[in-house]
Write a protein that binds this ligand. Structure first.
Ligand code: BMA
Length: 321
């Protein structure tokens, strides 16, 4: 297994998740056309890593771009967006693409993103090599965002978390799970997690959405999600963790009452959309007890943060609602 990016916790720091000292790892202008590069997903690939990046251009058109890295920190992002070919459908219309997630299942890398088709819905595609990409049927009717696939079938079916929403900035939203026998037809929709009561855990009281690909641990599926509070200054996005039942992931076993990383560094508080940390991917190494979380900061740049996997799990159990 390739070494994942890592930096030890600073001396004396109590937080479970700590930021990389050289954040942000991807500048907003990292490719010639970009206004911002954020909310992006990475996976181990060949002798390094590959990723799908959200780059908004200077007309603020949202699209997804492939990128490659030897160490997971220094990225070469293609200057041209991903061109999709027909996968399991000829209907691959897309007004925009944003907030990609990447999940390796069986033999290929599956990509989910927010796809513009009469409003936001969940686009699905796949690639074997990050050169040729194939687009499938949209998973759901609009409006929906934050589609995240599980890395293996559950009870014989593909499984996806998502967040039904509206056509705008959505002042509500819970996480649902849906199943598919073939990556084309989705059903058996179940509610997984709802927003919390304001007085109990206000950082996640307005809307929540799945972030990283679920990681199978002894206790079930570990997820890192975002939670939002609507303040007098607008939305504030923070991240928390939950553990879902292994065989029935609509059952939440544990879910953090406190956020684990909230906007506090300058690049998280200052940018095109202030006060946003938005996790879309994580690399982990169980043997080394390490996890590296990739997140968009202030809808402008891409940053990375680290945790000890065991500490993250223990905190999720101990701090559970
Ligand atoms: C959501 C999405 C994300 C964005 C977030 C904060 O609705 O548009 O891409 O990071 O808002 O602006």
């Amino acid at each position: 297994m390739k070494n994942i990016p890592w930096e030890n916790k600073p001396e004396g720091k109590k937080d479970i998740i700590w930021r990389y000292s050289k954040n942000p790892i991807i500048d907003r202008y990292a490719i010639p056309t970009s206004n911002s590069i954020f909310n992006s997903a990475v996976v181990p690939f060949k002798d390094g890593f590959a990723g799908v990046f959200r780059c908004d251009n200077k007309a603020i058109q949202m699209n997804i771009f492939a990128g490659f890295s030897k160490n997971g920190l220094d990225w070469d992002i293609n200057h041209e967006p991903i061109q999709m070919q027909s996968g399991n459908t000829e209907m691959i219309e897309s007004d925009y693409k944003y907030d990609p997630r990447v999940t390796f299942i069986e033999d290929r890398y599956w990509i989910t993103w927010c796809n513009g088709y009469n409003g936001p819905t969940i686009g699905i595609g796949y690639t074997f090599d990050f050169k040729e990409f194939y687009q499938c049927e949209n998973a759901f009717l609009p409006f929906n965002r934050n589609g995240v696939l599980f890395p293996e079938k559950i009870n014989g079916k593909y499984a996806m978390l998502s967040r039904p929403s509206d056509n705008g900035h959505t002042p509500f939203g819970d996480i649902f799970i849906s199943y598919s026998p073939d990556m084309k037809y989705w059903g058996e929709h179940r509610c997984v997690m709802q927003v919390t009561p304001f007085e109990q855990s206000a950082w996640q009281c307005t809307k929540i959405g799945a972030g990283t690909v679920p990681i199978l641990i002894d206790e079930g599926w570990l997820i890192i999600y975002h939670g939002v509070i609507n303040t007098c200054n607008g939305f504030r996005y923070a991240m928390g963790t939950a553990i879902l039942d292994e065989n029935s992931p609509d059952i939440v076993k544990y879910r953090t009452k406190s956020y684990l990383l909230g906007p506090a560094a300058t690049y998280e508080m200052v940018g095109d959309v202030p006060n946003v940390v938005f996790p879309c991917a994580a690399l982990h190494d169980k043997d080394k007890d390490q996890i590296a979380i990739y997140y968009g900061a202030a809808d402008t740049v891409t940053a990375i943060a680290f945790a000890k996997l065991s500490e993250l799990i223990n905190f999720t159990i101990k701090d559970s609602l």
